[in-house]
Design a protein around this ligand. Structure first.
Ligand code: PLP
Length: 359
């Protein structure tokens, strides 16, 4: 029999979450971010389910090409732009808009002798200090961009929030003000907000919002979970019990024997492990849903398996269903236990996990 390990993708949840973004930012257009294989949900699958969006955000030309080859005609924005002169023909061929964040890109555009001007989102670094032109350099760069024949006009301006996941951050209003200051004399559409901006910072909404993780049902904040923001998990990672064994008080479970049975007890083995993208760092006590009820993970996560404490479900049987995250168990909870964020767990589901799509 084939392995039961599955990622069930609920397309209705993606549509619902897009609607939530619309309600939260009703005066903005939505660039649905589908990079990293649609946050692990499938690039084309996610984009098609999110076809109500006004544009898509991707990180690479490869992703843009995959969307175009699948017949998607909506605007696509390359969030990291292009890196070499030879990219520009693909940018034109696929008709993608580019974030322009670095002098090296501007030099390529100034040297470019292509026919059609390229639509550009000029990126201002207002505090993230990752990509973008500094506020000091911005006026000079803007002059060059406006003079560049290979850049389509009018421009659009974009910045990225560094601390919007913290609802008390003083940095976020400062970043928003800086973008407005830079844009004051320009006829340009603006974009600031990621998911955290959409849900917690209305003043960041402006012309375009760029939700990513919330579309997949995950809360972008340091605390809380998607359902608390009326989001629905789009991925449910599931498997089943493949063994139920009884051990004696003091027996050690798994590699390095890190967990000892405090009494005679049943232990279940679930067919999923770090080879599937379940985090190896999830400690004993991380919740796992067995038959719809929580049981704690015990011992170290193996490549293909993990063990669970069956003291609360001694009647559990081989074949009983297990949910690792998704419906009934927010991925944020598992991520926090494992010292990471839901984003990483969703993106990291391994190719060997079978995908099952639900309408
Ligand atoms: C990934 C990304 C987003 C989406 O961020 P979420 O936190 O997933 O909503 C928005 N803008 C840019 C530039 C990004 O790289």
């Amino acid at each position: 029999m084939s392995r039961a390990t599955r990622a069930v993708i609920a397309l209705s949840a993606l549509r619902h979450n897009l609607q939530r973004a619309r309600e939260a930012a009703p005066h903005s257009r939505i660039m649905a971010v589908v990079k990293a294989n649609g946050y692990g949900h499938g690039l084309v699958r996610a984009a098609e389910a999110l076809s109500g969006a006004d544009a898509y955000g991707v990180s690479s030309l490869d992703e843009a090409a995959e969307l175009r080859d699948a017949g998607i005609t909506a605007p696509i924005v390359l969030l990291e732009g292009f890196t070499r002169a030879s990219d520009l023909s693909a940018v034109r061929e696929y008709g993608v808009q580019c974030v322009l964040h670095h002098r090296s890109q501007l030099a390529l555009l100034e040297a470019d002798r292509g026919e059609a001007p390229i639509a550009v989102w000029l990126k201002l670094d207002t505090g993230m200090h990752r990509l973008g032109f500094s506020v000091e350099d911005f006026p000079a760069i803007l002059g060059r961009v406006l003079d560049c024949a290979s850049v389509a006009k009018p421009l659009r301006l974009i910045t990225h929030l560094a601390q919007a996941d913290d609802p008390d951050s003083a940095e976020t209003p400062r970043q928003i003000d800086l973008l407005h200051g830079a844009a004051a004399d320009l006829d340009a559409e603006l974009s600031i907000a990621n998911s955290a901006g959409v849900l917690a910072w209305p003043q960041s909404h402006v012309d375009w919002v760029r939700p990513g993780v919330m579309l997949y049902g995950v809360a972008p904040f340091v605390a809380g979970t998607g359902p608390e923001h009326a989001l629905r998990p789009a991925m449910t990672l599931s498997s089943e019990l493949i063994a139920v064994n009884r051990y004696r008080r003091g027996d050690r479970i798994g590699y390095a024997g890190t967990w000892r049975c405090p009494e005679d007890m049943h232990v279940g083995v679930v067919a999923i492990g770090y080879g599937d993208g379940y985090p190896r760092h999830a400690p004993s006590g991380t919740p796992v849903l067995l038959n719809g009820r929580r049981v704690p993970l015990i011992g170290r996560v193996s490549m293909d398996m993990l063990s669970v404490d069956l003291r609360s479900q001694p009647q559990a049987r081989v074949g009983d269903p297990v949910v690792l995250w998704g419906e009934g168990l927010p991925v944020e909870e598992v991520a926090r236990m494992a010292g990471t964020i839901g984003y990483e767990l969703l993106c990291g589901v391994a190719p060997r996990v079978k995908v099952e799509v639900r309408a």
